[in-house]
Design a protein around this ligand. Structure first.
Ligand SMILES: Cc1cc2nc3c(=O)[nH]c(=O)nc-3n(C[C@H](O)[C@H](O)[C@H](O)COP(=O)(O)OP(=O)(O)OC[C@H]3O[C@@H](n4cnc5c(N)ncnc54)[C@H](O)[C@@H]3O)c2cc1C
Length: 274
């Protein structure tokens, strides 16, 4: 155990904890379920809604427009330009950024690109309020095999079975069975008394074949930019991937570090279409 502590302290501030130490942070942890734990004191949360609204406001402030309910139905290449045909509008442009999430392969195909093999995997989440604990200062708790996680919020706890069910690009909803599996796993590890589920939802997390995001211009279609496959980390990585994408699209190389250059190669769509 001492060696493990030493190795971990080299990597980060991760702290190895025994069951008593872990229970001081999260008293609901059942002694029979957990033997040891890792605590990351540097973990931070992102206010997703605020971040999202900040980006929307920035886009509008720069003269950008968001067209809602305009499904892209056709993409035609006309000389060096594209014509993007939506439900009721047509857009002419010289570059396309494909950030269509689970639908990114479909949009790529409309533009004549080869599929990258993106897979949408369904993930379920739900909120509940346990009667028997004051959880407001607890950290996020993740099972070491990622069988579940819980995240305390104001007024409720968000839980998930951390499911990755293969799906197709579509609007998904939480299946009763996935909620039941999630609650079963959570209550096996944590002593919660839960009367009911407050709300539930599901969404698609999209993965490339190597589970790393894809960021860069298509190999054959030089003005078609892929920004997809963020898997579970789309919101946390959005500030960096957004900056990297805008540098690549605008041809700005001045702000790129050596680490950026290595990442550019690692994230390029060319790794799938050799
Ligand atoms: C339950 C759950 C929990 C998650 N938790 C986290 C988390 O804690 N942290 C985190 O960082 N990430 C999390 N994620 C992942 C995160 O939500 C995604 O990585 C992120 O939303 C991907 O963003 P995106 O813009 O690439 O795709 P999306 O958000 O899927 O956006 C794609 C958009 O393209 C549009 N579109 C598709 N086809 C067309 C078309 N033909 N015409 C016009 N528009 C089209 C869609 O309508 C959609 O609005 C979670 C996901 C789920 C499901």
């Amino acid at each position: 155990m001492n060696n493990l502590r030493k190795e971990l302290s080299k990597l980060s501030n991760l702290t190895h904890m025994n069951i008593e130490e872990a229970q001081k942070l999260v008293p609901a942890i059942k002694s029979q379920y957990v033997s040891e734990a890792l605590f990351d004191p540097d973990a931070k949360d992102i206010d997703v809604s605020t971040l999202h609204h900040y980006y929307i406001n920035q886009l509008r402030a720069c003269g950008g427009k968001i067209l809602l309910s305009q499904r892209v139905k056709k993409i035609e290449q006309i000389g060096t330009h594209y014509e993007v045909v939506c439900d009721t509008v047509r857009i002419f442009c010289n570059k396309i950024v494909n950030a269509a999430g689970a639908w990114a392969d479909e949009i790529g195909q409309l533009a004549g690109c080869k599929k990258l093999g993106l897979k949408p995997l369904r993930r379920t989440a739900f909120s509940f309020e346990p009667d028997n604990w004051d959880y407001k200062d607890w950290p996020v708790v993740i099972d070491c095999e990622e069988e579940f996680y819980i995240k305390p919020e104001t007024g409720s706890i968000i839980g998930s079975p951390a499911d990755e069910t293969e799906d197709i690009p579509r609007d998904v909803y939480a299946e009763e069975i996935d909620i039941a599996i999630g609650m079963d796993r959570i209550t096996a590890a944590l002593d919660f008394k839960v009367k009911s589920i407050q709300s539930s939802w599901a969404g698609l997390r999209t993965f490339t074949p190597d589970r790393n995001p894809v960021v860069g211009f298509d190999k054959k279609h030089k003005n078609f930019f892929w920004l997809a496959g963020q898997g579970g980390y789309g919101i946390q990585t959005a500030p960096y991937l957004g900056k990297l994408s805008s540098d690549l699209i605008l041809g700005n190389t001045y702000s790129q570090t050596t680490e950026d250059s290595e990442l550019i190669t690692a994230l390029s769509p060319n790794r799938f279409n050799k």
